[in-house]
Design a protein around this ligand. Structure first.
Ligand code: SF4
Length: 191
């Protein structure tokens, strides 16, 4: 008998009774499933946001004691004809896009010459970024090349996109940077 991975997982305790009909004993599998953190979780179908392959995901969520919905686990959808349950390293760690205990939740600033980082407000950080980008752009903007061709480009600022960029974020960042005249753009698309 052919049993898909999803069917196998959803057999649950009822599967113990029907296990012999499938030709094998599911008792141990059910015992392990009962210990899983995702037991009783709600399954929601979604897509990996990272690239145009469009792998299908299943997100497991559960209401926590405080009433908030908690994202517990993300895995590839075995029923998807695109990825058949598999995910690349980025997709496999997409949980961390939403939930990561290691994420720094506020901007940090190290003043020129300082040894220590200090916590600053978003207003301070964004203002500082804007001022530095404008100063560098003003200082390095090239209106014409050596042959007199109009080029209107900024050669003094480079931009590197992060691996956690979604396709839409990458598009937006490229538009913004090209609008500033940047020619040095790179993207760390996969890790
Ligand atoms: S980043 Fe990886 S998991 Fe996500 S859609 Fe692309 S190939 Fe699939």
């Amino acid at each position: 008998m052919d049993v898909s991975r999803r069917q196998f997982l959803s057999i649950g305790s009822a599967g113990v009774l029907g296990g012999s009909a499938l030709g094998f004993d599911l008792t141990e599998s059910v015992r392990i499933k009962q210990r899983l953190r995702i037991e009783g979780a709600t399954l929601s179908h979604s897509l990996c946001p990272y690239c145009a392959v469009g792998c299908s995901l299943i997100a497991h969520t559960k209401k926590a004691a405080n009433g908030k919905t908690e994202l517990l686990h993300i895995e590839g959808d075995p029923d998807s004809p695109v990825n058949e349950g598999t995910l690349c390293p980025k997709g496999a760690t997409s949980l961390q896009l939403a939930v990561s205990r290691r994420r720094v939740p506020h901007p940090l600033y190290r003043a020129p010459g300082a040894a220590e980082w200090k916590q600053v407000s978003w207003e301070f950080a964004l203002d500082r970024l804007a001022r530095n980008i404008k100063a560098s752009r003003d200082a390095t903007f090239v209106a014409q090349d050596a042959d007199g061709n109009v080029v209107n480009r900024c050669e003094g600022v480079a931009f590197a996109g992060g691996a956690a960029f979604s396709s839409e974020e990458g598009y937006l960042a490229t538009k913004l940077m090209r609008g500033l005249g940047l020619v040095h753009l790179e993207q760390q698309a996969r890790v």
